[in-house]
Structure formats: structure tokens, C-alpha cells
Design a protein around this ligand. Structure first.
Ligand SMILES: *[C@@H]1O[C@H](CO)[C@@H](O)[C@H](O)[C@H]1NC(C)=O
Ligand SMILES: *[C@@H]1O[C@H](CO)[C@@H](O)[C@H](O)[C@H]1NC(C)=O
Ligand SMILES: *[C@@H]1O[C@H](CO)[C@@H](O)[C@H](O)[C@H]1NC(C)=O
Ligand SMILES: *[C@@H]1O[C@H](CO)[C@@H](O)[C@H](O)[C@H]1NC(C)=O
Ligand SMILES: *[C@@H]1O[C@H](CO)[C@@H](O)[C@H](O)[C@H]1NC(C)=O
Ligand SMILES: *[C@@H]1O[C@H](CO)[C@@H](O)[C@H](O)[C@H]1NC(C)=O
Ligand SMILES: *[C@@H]1O[C@H](CO)[C@@H](O)[C@H](O)[C@H]1NC(C)=O
Ligand SMILES: *[C@@H]1O[C@H](CO)[C@@H](O)[C@H](O)[C@H]1NC(C)=O
Ligand SMILES: *[C@@H]1O[C@H](CO)[C@@H](O)[C@H](O)[C@H]1NC(C)=O
Ligand SMILES: *[C@@H]1O[C@H](CO)[C@@H](O)[C@H](O)[C@H]1NC(C)=O
Length: 634
């Protein structure tokens, strides 16, 4: 009996001695567990990150806190408050953000790629209920995958980076009851209070500028039963993450208490922010305003102004008078930069003949886009002609054309903004073993769609647009697997001063009409020839040229032609189709392909006729054997 009492008394003492409360007015001499970029500065600031990009930092109170009383599954009340400041690399751009976190482990995501996950989770365990992580994020980056509401918000995250609750940063003033915005990455110190009431399970998060008393109305105050999320023992701390741009996340002071309200911080004894960077930045800007007048001064402050100049250069664009009429089709570079998270590799969709394509989400409208970066020579006249053409091509609207939304121009490069096509390019479905096989009806639909889009390019407009590079990899698939033609009009780039990335011949081997070698004359029938090769790609499920195959099968057109002569044309169909195809349609597609591949341009059908054949409005005429051979092109 006495032993038992003694045991409990001991446990209680131990429980108390593993103190469940602390107050740090500055962090000089404080024992925290830090990793990654985090550290305590000589001024006594807790700094979660520094001027490194793509990295994380963590700082935890070294021993875990007890959040549940032994027998009961109820989570105890807890409360914390801290003063923080975010000093960004660029004044108008945040970085990923930082969090206050409760976690069963001090070992959280440390990979350079984990910056994207705020340093709390990684790609594999994001959202997994076995994480037992509760975080309050102070997020300064609008990331679509995290379903962020904007680039300046506070959110409550359970087990992952998709916030369960979030609001734009700000506070409700006690004076007039109005909501006032706060910019988290303004560099100004702010205070946050995070409180959980174990009785009514309300978690409240309140934010205010430093020196303001805690507002009565919290920014977020959802009721969340934390009993399944929080374990008996959890570590409390902070995580910070920096991506393409960096920010310094500073914690100036921090207090925490279990089962009671956290002790107030003594604001006047908190350490000062280093050099007060915000005011420094403002001074530099003023200097820049006087730049034309005080050349001498500029020379003296070149070093100081470099930061600003670099930033300006990063977002600088080319604007000429002639472009005024296209202004409504123009995207600010900064928007595209933010949309693609700084043209991050993660957003790279692919690299084509004209340059790299990035996926992005426009910050304001949340529209998903694909941004193509095309290198151009600096000849004004040529660029002007091309931009004029691009803008007019943007007016082309057809359900089987990838919509061009606009452009942006910088030194040496053009950025073209297209609608985003979630299913990527058709060739992947046809040629990659790992992708699902397209069934025949889908293939036939795509063929008809592409024919209709190409007919529109050739005939539907006051100007004939010749694509010049029709092939499966230039057909993109939307969310409903509808085929759309990409890159139309871009072939003309070569005539208008684009820096060629590969060959000088526009088009792709295996799709080039034989007459091109002789005449170089570009007519609609070269698109028809390529369309023929495209039909074979879709029906046969292989590339137009496969050098690894035995000689008679290397060139797809020749192989189909040879089979046709032997009466075995259907055997060229994609083996992955199995028995799933409509014989008449397959027959039509293959024979139409041969028809389009006729060496004589005048013998090929027009796109109008092709759509009629495909729609069975007109029967495909019987074809006479012609002498098929790539005439020196292959
Ligand atoms: C940032 O902090 C890390 C870890 O403390 C350190 O290795 C690195 O050199 C620092 N980088 C800069 C730019 O200060
Ligand atoms: C910091 O705290 C940890 C855990 O309580 C302890 O192991 C370590 O010795 C402490 N370090 C210092 C320098 O006090
Ligand atoms: C993700 O984090 C978990 C838990 O910290 C870890 O076990 C896992 O190895 C990490 N995965 C990757 C790919 O880094
Ligand atoms: C969640 O994590 C656990 C433990 O790491 C793992 O066994 C489980 O498969 C994960 N669940 C999902 C949906 O990834
Ligand atoms: C929080 O959101 C995640 C998914 O984002 C969901 O699985 C979880 O149930 C949510 N939790 C609460 C308490 O709303
Ligand atoms: C506060 O920010 C929101 C967007 O987050 C904006 O719509 C609103 O106009 C801003 N309010 C003020 C007073 O600036
Ligand atoms: C917690 O909620 C209960 C019930 O609503 C309330 O009586 C109590 O005062 C709250 N505790 C605190 C610390 O606000
Ligand atoms: C919270 O959930 C647990 C079980 O998950 C339950 O036992 C408890 O009563 C709930 N608490 C409240 C306040 O709803
Ligand atoms: C707050 O800190 C200041 C400066 O260090 C000190 O003079 C003052 O006594 C402190 N106030 C309290 C209530 O501790
Ligand atoms: C930084 O300087 C500005 C203007 O000089 C001042 O308003 C602000 O309070 C200072 N911030 C800190 C943390 O010292």
C-alpha cells in the first residue's frame, strides 16, 4: 500500500519535473533540438532557415510533452504563444512557410524535396493518418497541390499539408470589429496564439501585429476532436521550409503550457531582428528612385543595390510599342514565374523541339496552364511577325485544338501559355508499356477529333494554317481523353527567327512527305501525309520509324503497304488491342492511312474528304497499288 502511494508520488514528481511549461523571451542559452537549417543566432533569435534554397529546418523542445492523462483518451488543454517574423528574399514573393507542430517524433522530413511539404511530411506520408501530426501553418506560397487558398494564409493541418481549415492572414480588430489583413512575409514581427480547449475540443489560432493585445476573436477556431490524432506523448516545436526563393523565419520568443494558458511573453525583452532588414530594403528602393539623377551615388551603392537589380532582372520583360495592341493577350512574367513555381523542374512537363513546357497554375484565377518557353533570336521584325501570328492563332478556337491563352516576351525568349491537358500526349498511351492501353473506340474517337481539328486549321479560317508536325506526340489528351492538336503554327517559328533546337527541317522523320525533299514547298498535303503516318501509329501501336526492327518493318508506312499488297493488312494492328476492335473501322483507318501516304501530293485526299470518309458519309474509294517508297526522305 505504502509502496504504491510512493510509486504514484514518484511518478507525479517525475511528471512535473519533466516540466510541462516553459517561457523563452529570446533563446540565448536555451537547449532546443534543432536540425537542418535551424539554429539559434548569437542575438538569441531562433532562426528556422537561412539563405539556402530547397531545404528545411526543425526546432523542438527537447523532451516530449504529455498530452493525455494515463487512463483517459482525452487530450488535455494546451496553449502556446510566440512572436515571429518572416524576412523574405524578394519583397513580393514568399517562400514555402513555417509551422508550429505537434509530432510524435523530432525526426521530420529533411530532404531537400521536402521543402514543398513545409518540413512536416514528405511525398510518401503526406496525409497518412499514422503520422499523428498536428501543425499550424503560416504559409507564404500558393501551392496548388496543397490546395492553398493564397500565398499568405494561416491553416490547421492534420497529418499533411492540405489544410483542414485555413484563412488569409489577418485579425479582427477589437476596436471596430473590422478584419485587417496582415502580410506574413512583410518582415514585421507578429504574435500568434494557439490554444486547445480539451473540454469542448476547440482549437483556436489567433494572430496580431506585435505589441497589439490578443484579439478577442480568433482567426480560426474549429472544433476538432484531437483524441485520435494526438498521442500520449508528443514533441512541440517549429518547422520551416524554403523553396525556389528563401525566407528567414525567426522566432523571437515562445511560451507553452499544458492544461493552462501559456505564460505571457515579455515583449520588451525579446531580441531584435538582425539589422532590421525591412527598413534597409526600403532605403535601397529610395536610392534606386534617384538613380538617374545621382549617378555617383549609384556607383557607391552598386553593391547594395545588386539585390534589387537582380530581383528586377528576374522578372524583367521585353515591351515594344508595337506590342500595345496585343496587351490583352500578354501575361506578366512574374505571374508565369509564380504559376510554375519559378520554372521548377518538378513542374516540367516535357522538352519538345521548340523548348521546355512547364505546368502551372495562374495565381489569381487558379487556371491550370502549360507554359512553353521558346528561345528566339533578337531580330525585332521577325519576333514582331511571330507575336502577331501567335496572337491571331490564339483566336483559333476548336474543340480539337489546344487553346493558346496568351504570351509573354523576355530577352531571348517567348513564353506561350496554353490550356493544360491533364492526360499528356497520345504517344505515351500508344508506345509506353506502363500506360493503360487505349481501347479501339477511344482511338477511333481521337482519330476523328484530330482530323476535324486539322480540317479546321486548313479550311476553317481566313488563313490556311499548316501544322507541319502532325504525329502522336503532338496530340494531347484532355481530362476526357479527347484528342487535341498541340503546337499548331509553331512551325513558322523557324521562318520567324526561333533558335532551332534540333534539325533545321521542320517535321519529323517518318512523317515528312517525299515531295518536301524536292520542292520545300509547304502545302496542306504535307499535313495529310503526316496524318497518314499518324493513323498507322494509332492503329498499329508503334512508332513511324523503329530502327531496331528488322529491315522490312523499320518504316511503318512501308510495312503496312507491303502487308496490304500481301492481303494481310489487318495483321499490322496493335497486338495490345487483342480482339477489341471494329474490323470495318480498322480497315478504314489503315487504308485511309495508305491513301494519305501516296507519294503524289495530288493523289492524297484533303482533310475535308478525310473527315467524310471517317464519318462514313462517303465510302473510301478503292485504291490502286502505287509504288510506295519514301523517296530519299527515309
Ligand atoms: C545555413 O545553415 C546551415 C546549417 O546551419 C549551414 O550549413 C549553411 O552554411 C547555412 N547557409 C547560409 C547561406 O548561411
Ligand atoms: C538538452 O536536452 C537534452 C534532452 O533533455 C539533453 O539530453 C541534453 O543533454 C541537453 N543539452 C544541454 C547542453 O543541456
Ligand atoms: C518520408 O517520411 C517517413 C517518416 O519520416 C520516412 O519513414 C520515409 O522514409 C520518408 N520517405 C521518403 C521518400 O523520404
Ligand atoms: C501510412 O503509413 C503506414 C506506416 O508507414 C503504412 O503502412 C501505410 O501503408 C500508409 N498508408 C497509406 C495510405 O499510404
Ligand atoms: C483533415 O483533412 C484530411 C484530408 O485532407 C482528412 O483525411 C482528415 O479526416 C481531416 N481531419 C479532420 C479532423 O477534419
Ligand atoms: C485583404 O486581403 C484580401 C485578399 O486576401 C482582399 O480581398 C481584401 O481586399 C484585403 N482587405 C484590405 C482591407 O486590404
Ligand atoms: C473550455 O470550454 C469549456 C466548455 O465550453 C469552458 O467552460 C471553459 O471555460 C473553456 N476553457 C478555457 C480555458 O477557455
Ligand atoms: C473524441 O473522440 C473519442 C474517440 O475517438 C471519444 O471517446 C471522445 O468522447 C470524443 N470527445 C469529444 C469531446 O467529443
Ligand atoms: C520585461 O523585460 C524588461 C527588459 O528586460 C524588464 O525591465 C522588465 O522588468 C520585464 N518585465 C517583466 C514583467 O518581467
Ligand atoms: C524596423 O524598422 C522600422 C522602421 O525603421 C520600424 O518601424 C520597425 O519597428 C523596426 N522593426 C524592428 C523589429 O526593429
Amino acid at each position: 500500500m505504502t509502496a504504491k502511494v510512493f510509486f504514484w508520488a514518484l511518478l507525479l514528481t517525475l511528471g512535473l519535473s519533466a516540466s510541462d511549461e516553459f517561457t523563452y523571451n529570446g533563446f540565448n542559452g536555451v537547449n532546443l533540438s534543432v536540425d537542418g537549417l535551424a539554429g539559434i543566432t548569437s542575438d538569441g533569435l531562433l532562426r528556422l532557415t537561412n539563405a539556402t534554397r530547397h531545404a528545411t529546418g526543425h526546432a523542438f523542445y527537447p523532451s516530449p510533452m504529455r498530452f493525455k492523462k494515463s487512463q483517459v483518451d482525452k487530450v488535455l488543454s494546451f496553449s502556446t504563444t510566440f512572436v515571429f517574423a518572416i524576412i523574405p528574399e524578394h519583397q513580393m514573393l514568399g517562400s514555402s512557410g513555417f509551422t508550429f507542430v505537434l509530432s510524435p517524433s523530432k525526426e521530420l522530413a529533411k530532404d531537400s524535396a521536402d521543402d514543398y511539404f513545409l518540413g512536416i511530411v514528405n511525398m510518401t506520408n503526406n496525409g497518412n493518418a499514422s503520422n499523428h501530426i498536428l501543425a499550424v501553418e503560416f504559409d507564404t506560397w500558393d501551392s496548388p497541390e496543397a490546395e492553398d487558398i493564397n500565398d499568405n494564409h494561416v491553416g490547421i493541418d492534420i497529418n499533411g499539408i492540405i489544410s483542414n481549415y485555413s484563412k488569409p492572414a489577418g485579425f479582427t480588430s477589437d476596436d471596430d470589429g473590422k478584419f485587417q489583413n496582415l502580410t506574413l512575409f512583410s518582415g514585421e514581427p507578429m504574435q500568434a496564439w494557439i490554444e486547445y480547449n480539451g473540454t469542448n475540443t476547440q482549437l483556436s489560432v489567433t494572430l496580431a501585429p506585435m505589441w497589439k493585445p490578443k484579439p478577442k476573436i480568433a482567426l480560426l477556431s474549429p472544433t476538432i476532436n484531437l483524441s485520435s490524432i494526438i498521442l500520449d506523448h508528443m514533441y512541440v516545436g517549429f518547422t520551416g521550409a524554403v523553396g525556389i526563393t528563401y525566407s528567414y523565419y525567426y522566432i523571437l520568443g515562445w511560451s507553452f503550457e499544458m492544461d493552462a494558458r501559456a505564460p505571457e511573453l515579455n515583449l520588451s525583452s525579446l531580441p531584435l531582428l538582425p539589422q532590421n532588414l525591412t527598413s534597409l530594403e526600403k532605403k535601397r528602393k529610395t536610392l534606386l528612385l534617384w538613380l538617374p539623377l545621382t549617378l555617383l551615388l549609384v556607383l557607391l551603392t552598386v553593391a547594395g543595390a545588386t539585390l534589387v537589380v537582380v530581383r528586377k532582372k528576374r522578372f524583367s520583360e521585353m515591351h515594344d510599342d508595337w506590342e500595345l495592341e496585343f496587351e490583352s493577350n500578354r501575361f506578366p512574367y512574374e505571374q508565369l514565374y509564380k504559376a510554375t513555381r519559378g520554372f521548377k523542374d518538378k513542374c516540367l512537363l516535357g522538352i519538345g523541339g521548340f523548348g521546355s513546357v512547364y505546368r502551372g497554375v495562374l495565381p489569381a484565377s487558379k487556371v491550370e496552364v502549360a507554359v512553353k518557353r521558346v528561345a528566339v533570336h533578337e531580330s525585332k521584325k521577325e519576333v514582331k511577325e511571330f507575336v502577331a501570328e501567335i496572337v491571331s492563332l490564339g483566336k483559333l478556337r476548336h474543340r480539337n485544338l489546344v487553346q493558346l491563352l496568351g504570351y509573354c516576351r523576355r530577352k531571348g525568349e517567348l513564353l506561350l501559355v496554353y490550356e493544360y491537358m491533364p492526360n499528356g500526349s497520345l504517344d505515351k498511351f500508344l508506345f509506353y508499356e506502363t500506360k493503360q492501353t487505349l481501347d479501339w473506340s477511344l482511338r477511333f474517337q481521337i482519330i476523328k477529333g484530330v482530323a476535324s481539328g486539322l480540317q479546321y486549321l486548313h479550311e476553317g479560317w481566313d488563313q490556311v494554317v499548316i501544322h507541319r508536325d502532325i504525329k502522336a506526340s503532338n496530340i494531347l489528351l484532355d481530362g476526357d481523353m479527347k484528342g487535341k492538336i498541340a503546337d499548331f503554327g509553331l512551325a513558322k517559328l523557324h521562318d520567324h527567327g526561333a533558335a532551332p533546337q534540333s534539325t533545321n527541317v521542320v517535321g519529323t522523320l517518318g512523317f515528312l512527305a517525299p515531295e518536301l525533299a524536292r520542292t520545300c514547298k509547304v502545302t496542306t498535303s504535307i499535313d495529310v501525309f503526316a496524318f497518314g503516318a499518324f493513323l498507322f501509329e494509332v492503329a498499329c501501336g508503334r512508332r513511324a520509324i523503329e530502327p531496331n526492327k528488322q529491315e522490312s518493318e523499320q518504316v511503318l508506312v512501308d510495312w503496312v503497304f507491303a502487308n496490304w499488297k500481301m492481303g494481310t493488312i489487318h495483321e499490322t494492328k496493335d497486338p495490345r488491342l487483342g480482339e477489341d476492335y471494329v474490323l470495318e473501322e480498322l480497315d478504314l483507318v489503315l487504308k485511309l492511312g495508305l491513301f494519305c501516304s501516296h507519294p503524289l501530293p495530288s493523289a492524297r485526299p484533303s482533310m475535308r474528304q478525310i473527315t467524310q470518309y471517317l464519318n462514313r458519309d462517303v465510302p473510301l474509294p478503292e485504291m490502286l497499288p502505287y509504288h510506295c517508297h519514301g523517296d530519299g526522305i527515309f
